[in-house]
Design a protein around this ligand. Structure first.
Ligand SMILES: [Zn+2]
Length: 421
């Protein structure tokens, strides 16, 4: 049985690896051939500075080449952890530690989950460090100092202890005492927890990492407040964030539900844009709110969660699942193992979620253009954002369909132009 499970897992793992590696190769080739032909898509032709264009190609290729190695590295680490018997060893070690501190069974579960988390975090460090201090710095984006990087890591650790540990304890406890229907209880708990996080994250957690301030006095603020009032968005929920503290990349987002909902514009974005462009971006974010996009994303994720827990409710009682990867059956082992081996099965959901997200982007664009009665500013905002962020102008269609949570600027502008006709 174990042999069969291992074979199925490895086969699907290889399929996933081949697809992801192959898509990256296609994208790299597309980038190189666009550069060779100096092919610039329509809305950017004659607008993008040749130097910026060359730089965006270089940025795309550098990231793609690095992605080759990070893909190989990440896969090798995962296989090593799963197949070397390391998990079983950590489990015994956790049991030993838990008993010497009289922490009991739940203590073992927490130590085990935490130790596995630490291993993957440490193993991911070289990738993250090179991406931030190597590539991003080389292209002038990185503003993160080593001190800030370390303090971010420390804060993340504190959060995982403050929030992650109690969360895990409740799930392990439900698995323990609720009998066969534990997964339904866990589903209810996790769904409520996620809703709570949608409220807590913008109001309590994000401000720990960044400064959020009301927009500065001026024309943009006046026009934004007028627009917010016109479409019924509470104006107290509009903030500027010091994104420039970490990176020169610019962005804006809508988050939260109920009273905790807010629109955040990065200071980098406000600086780069004209008032009309900034207003278009804000109208787009209000569009996400008006079209209830946070709610639909939450509901779709809840369906996946329900399915995942249902499957886990079988696996937790299926000893060969554990034995294949060197573990003895346990609730905490099931949680960790499930999350580690799920990739080759769930990665097909990624493109689906991205497709939904891209649909939301088109809807928010449509809302913005119709509300402002102005497609031009939205177009210019998109062009501006794309150029400043050195975004890839010509990603391979399969690559963007799979990976992109936002349609490309070219696609969005085409959709906007159709609206005004
Ligand atoms: Zn959006």
């Amino acid at each position: 049985m174990e042999q069969t499970i291992l074979t199925i897992f490895l086969a699907l793992f290889a399929v996933q690896f081949a697809i992801e590696f192959g898509l990256n190769e296609l994208n790299l080739r597309q980038g190189a051939s666009s550069a060779a032909k100096n092919w610039i898509p329509d809305p950017f032709r004659g607008i993008i500075d040749p130097q910026d264009y060359a730089k965006s190609i270089e940025y795309t290729l550098t990231n793609g080449r690095f992605h080759r190695w990070s893909e190989i590295y990440g896969s090798a680490i995962l296989l090593l952890v799963l197949l070397s018997g390391l998990l079983g060893w950590i489990d015994q070690w956790s049991a030993h530690w838990a008993s010497s501190f009289s922490f009991g069974r739940y203590g073992q579960g927490i130590i085990f989950c935490f130790a596995v988390g630490v291993i993957f975090t440490l193993m991911g460090l070289p990738i993250e460090l090179h991406a931030t201090f190597g590539i991003e710095a080389k292209f002038g984006f990185n503003k993160t100092t080593l001190a800030l990087y370390l303090s971010d890591k420390l804060k993340a650790l504190i959060l995982s202890l403050l929030i992650g540990v109690p969360f895990l304890l409740v799930v392990l406890w439900l698995m323990d005492i609720m009998g066969r229907t534990w997964w339904l209880w866990a589903f209810g708990f996790i769904a409520v927890f996620q809703l709570l996080m949608i409220v807590i994250f913008p109001t309590f957690i994000a401000p720990w990492f960044n400064k959020f301030e009301p927009l500065k006095e001026g024309e943009l603020r006046e026009r934004i407040l007028a627009l917010a009032k016109q479409v019924g968005f509470q104006t107290s929920g509009i903030y500027s964030m010091d994104g420039s503290k970490r990176s020169a990349h610019s962005n804006a987002y809508f988050t939260g539900i109920g009273k905790a909902k807010r629109i955040v514009l990065f200071d980098t974005l406000i600086e780069q844009m004209t008032t009309a462009q900034g207003l278009a971006v804000l109208a787009h974010e209000i569009g996400h709110y008006k079209m209830k996009h946070i709610r639909s994303m939450f509901l779709v994720q809840a369906v996946f969660l329900f399915g995942g827990l249902y499957i886990l409710s079988f696996l937790v009682n299926f000893a060969p699942f554990f034995l294949t990867f060197g573990l003895t059956p346990s609730s905490h082992g099931a949680l960790v193992l499930f999350s580690l081996v799920a990739g080759p099965f769930t990665f097909y959901l990624g493109p689906f979620m991205n497709r939904l997200s891209r649909k939301h982007e088109y809807e928010a664009d449509r809302f913005a253009v119709r509300t402002l009665g102005d497609g031009q500013s939205m177009e210019q905002a998109l062009i501006n954002l794309t150029i400043k962020n050195l975004s890839n102008l010509t990603p391979h269609p399969l690559y963007s369909a799979y990976h992109y949570s936002h349609p490309t600027a070219v696609e969005r502008i085409a959709a906007i132009r159709q609206l005004s006709v």
